[in-house]
Design a protein around this ligand. Sequence first.
Ligand SMILES: Nc1ncnc2c1ncn2[C@@H]1O[C@H](COP(=O)(O)OP(=O)(O)OP(=O)(O)O)[C@@H](O)[C@H]1O
Length: 568
Amino acid sequence: MAARMKSNPRDSEQRLAYDDSLAEDLTMLHSKSNEGITDTLKKRYNENFTYTKVGARVLVSINPIHVGAQTEGPEIMKAYADDYHSLAGGRNDALPSHIYQLANTSYFHLKRSAIDQAVIFIGDSGSGKSRTKRAFIQHLGQLLAGSKKEAKLMKQLEHALIVYSSFGCALSSDNPTASRFGLYTEIQFDTRGRAAGFRCLDYLLERHRVTSTAAHETNFFAFYQLLAGTSPEERSHFQLNQESSHYAYLRSTRTYSTPSQLSNEFKTLKSALRTVGFNPKFQSQLFQLLAAILHLGNIQFLNPNHQSGEEAALVRNFDVLETAADFLGLHATTLEGLLTYKTKLIKKEACTVFLDAEGAREQRDELSRCLYGLLFSWITEHINSRLSVKAQENFLGLLDLPGSVAGNQVNHFQQFCANYANERLFHYLCYHVFESSTEAYREDGIQIPSVEYISNQPAIHLLSRRTSGLVSILHRQANRSRGPASDTALLQAMLKEQEDEKDDSFTANPSMSQFTVRHFFGVVCYSVEGFMDNNIAGVSPDFVQVFRGKGVSPLATPLYLGCSIVQR
Ligand SMILES: Nc1ncnc2c1ncn2[C@@H]1O[C@H](COP(=O)(O)OP(=O)(O)OP(=O)(O)O)[C@@H](O)[C@H]1O
């Protein structure tokens, strides 16, 4: 166990004697220089102390991925739970800083003062946010273990995270288990402070990954788990081939696990689905839709014989289209029409456009992304409908968004959104750590020196200025009365506004369709390609019409039944 007894300096005398080298709390350091802080964190990390406090409300965690660090587990959890119970929730500081201790404190405040609590996880991709969140939830489960009902609920929450991890995580260049979506989880408490339910809200699912994945990355884990884990009967029912290389959407991607590990992961997924309320029928629907998406990706198109613009693309392998159509509950000809024709607004009139092979491929991929996005939303709605309660007195909220990514690679719209969200969270954090308490003291007439810190105000300014900020420009260009602008026009508009503002946090390279933003975590290059489409990303009216039509098999309709899903 990495936990060690250590006294914490509370008064000034103790503080003078405080050994900076392994300080539990960075606010207690004599020298609060960058060097002093990083030195302390480094030493603590080398001593297997993963966590360090910054005052009472902020915890720094350094991913202890190195061998030898045993920072979690039942024994350590028990020590912190005993600590909680022996002190009736009070903080005793005898144990080293830990996420379990933060869980103790949050739960204690919620119970004692009936004030809602929120925990925000911020960090680079791969820094360990999701893992730390899981540890928080596991420990909360330990604190609630006295009640069977509450313990069961916390287990269900852990299983919900397993489901989200299968459908929303992938191997990326920065993280073997990167969350390609954001999740806000609210644990609900009743008037007596007992956990009564939980609900989730997902954000920013990287839908694009379904149809195109960088060579050194993977698609969402659920696809590989499905292929490796289904029984021969199930495979034959879903008409699946066990080899991921058989599927266009998985072909160029990296394998991330051995077949037997994937098969075990699939078992775990099925069991997690069952625990959060997906009965075998619903599970079968989920997997059938995943299979349909894989089959959709294998449909190939040829250009029409006459390129007059009045003939649509031809399907090269109609048998694959028939399989996909069957799983989606559509007639093959309906799916063929959906993929080879498109309704477009031309001069405010809805016109049907014939798609060539390239257009049909794009339409097919858009359908796959749309189905996956709806599937993901449906999972959230299903979990919420089973496990949330309507009446809650208090909540404990946990926010975990995809981490920030800097580096040399060119990033896309989804990462722009994630990085923007991380800027806002960091800004919020800085305000609460450095500004809000100082303001409170000043209001009480107490003068305290202000602390210098690296503010991300320039990036916030660039991104969120009311009219000339990048996000505002993006919205304006999407909502023009004459229709959305092109990506090139968007970049031009960004460039013009920033030149007028003389904002050096921004540079643009129109010939490469790229721009860079200086974020607080580094300079990031974005390709503007796809920004407009992704920003609008509504469900195509063609898709909605077809799936709402009469005669569609119930297999696809659950996705469209929940109004709130369609409205998203
Ligand atoms: N305490 C820990 N002990 C051992 N391994 C850890 C620990 N924390 C994180 N890791 C490992 O580090 C990797 C990254 O962790 P995690 O997926 O939680 O990062 P993240 O910050 O949520 O990233 P992203 O923003 O990309 O989702 C994972 O493989 C995880 O298992």
